[in-house]
Design a protein around this ligand. Structure first.
Ligand code: UDP
Length: 318
């Protein structure tokens, strides 16, 4: 499952169950890193390329698809919704069409807490209204709804994993986030600690105890485990559903800065900036469904472990 760690890049994993999760990765490499998946067959292509998908499905007898391929930056999606609807919606539907044609009936989909928008209450249960406040969240909510219709019409069963804030790095130190440009909070705070270049905190006037946004950070190792469990549950007959993948505990931007200072022993320089469009004040998961139907419980997601593994990865890479 090595490549799963690279969950936020544009790629898709295919599984052939009879050979114990033999995988093929389909990736346009716009964000992905082939060196992160040694020994795994990589097919380079785009989801919009129907011919490439048809060839891939006809050459292989897949049991399931893990669909990670997506643009995933909230702020960028507000500035450039066209990119998000084309890549996340049109690309995803092209993949579903190929699955239907090939008779592949199981999908684990990377959804997002962004489908909830500004929730009425926290922690957020899966039954909360989907009211996204960004094109990114809208694209994920649309795709989840499409999956419901593909189940009704074609019997395609899916689990939409609503990721809260994926963070941390592989404890071995071999894999971690590598984005260009980097936009995520924890890597940027670590970079500020390493370089002395201040990070901008996006807003300190939110209705939270310290005025900065609160998020529920989930370690990538736990996130990867949720995919394996979702795949198993689908094989055992789980019906189409959506599941929150978070810890149930939130941390503010300032608490993240303090945690990095503690782990690194360095000062994190920061400046206060304005709000980033599309950012809800608080996103924290209610996680009962993941425990009940997948048997999933996060084991690596204390803030200390998240920050420690991320620090190890980023301080090594610099
Ligand atoms: N954030 C920030 N400064 C940055 C990047 C992020 O204050 O340079 C905040 C952002 O507003 C959000 C939180 O950190 O409240 C997490 O943002 P990130 O982009 O990591 O993940 P997202 O919540 O967008 O999925």
């Amino acid at each position: 499952m090595t490549g799963v760690i690279d969950f936020f890049v544009v790629h898709v994993f295919f599984f052939k169950q009879e050979t114990a999760y033999e995988m093929v990765v389909f990736d346009d490499l716009s964000r992905g890193h082939p060196e992160f998946i040694p020994g795994v067959r990589l097919v380079i292509g785009e989801l919009s390329d129907e011919r490439a998908l048809a060839d891939l499905f006809s050459e292989n007898d897949f049991d399931a698809v893990l669909h990670f391929a997506s643009e995933s930056l909230v702020g960028e999606s507000v500035r450039n919704p066209d990119k998000y609807f084309r890549r996340n919606v049109t690309g995803g539907i092209s993949l579903l069409s190929a699955m239907v044609k090939a008779g592949v009936k199981k999908m684990v989909f990377s959804s997002s807490a962004a489908v909830y928008g500004d929730p009425e209450s926290v922690p957020i249960p899966e039954t909360a209204a989907l009211r996204p406040v960004s094109p990114y969240g809208e694209s994920k909510a649309f795709f989840e709804k499409a999956l419901g219709w593909y189940d009704k019409a074609y019997g395609l069963k899916s689990v939409s994993l609503r990721y809260f804030n994926a963070a941390g790095a592989d404890p071995s130190g071999r894999l971690g986030e590598d984005h260009d440009p980097e936009t995520h909070l924890i890597p940027l705070v670590i970079r500020a600690a390493l370089t002395g270049e201040p990070i901008t905190v996006f807003g300190d006037d939110y209705p939270t105890p310290d005025g900065t946004c609160i998020r529920d950070y989930i370690h990538v190792t736990d996130l990867a485990e949720a995919h394996v469990l979702a795949l198993k549950a689908l094989s055992e007959g789980l019906e189409t559903t959506a599941v929150n993948i978070g810890t149930g505990t939130g941390f503010s931007v300032m608490e993240i800065i303090r945690a990095v200072e503690e782990v690194s022993g360095r000062k994190v320089p920061y400046t206060m900036g304005g709000r980033r469009p599309g950012d809800p004040a608080v996103l924290v998961a209610e996680c009962g469904r993941a425990r009940d139907i997948l048997g999933w419980v996060p084991a690596h997601s204390s803030l200390r472990e998240i920050v420690k593994t991320a620090w190890r990865w980023h301080s090594r890479a610099t």
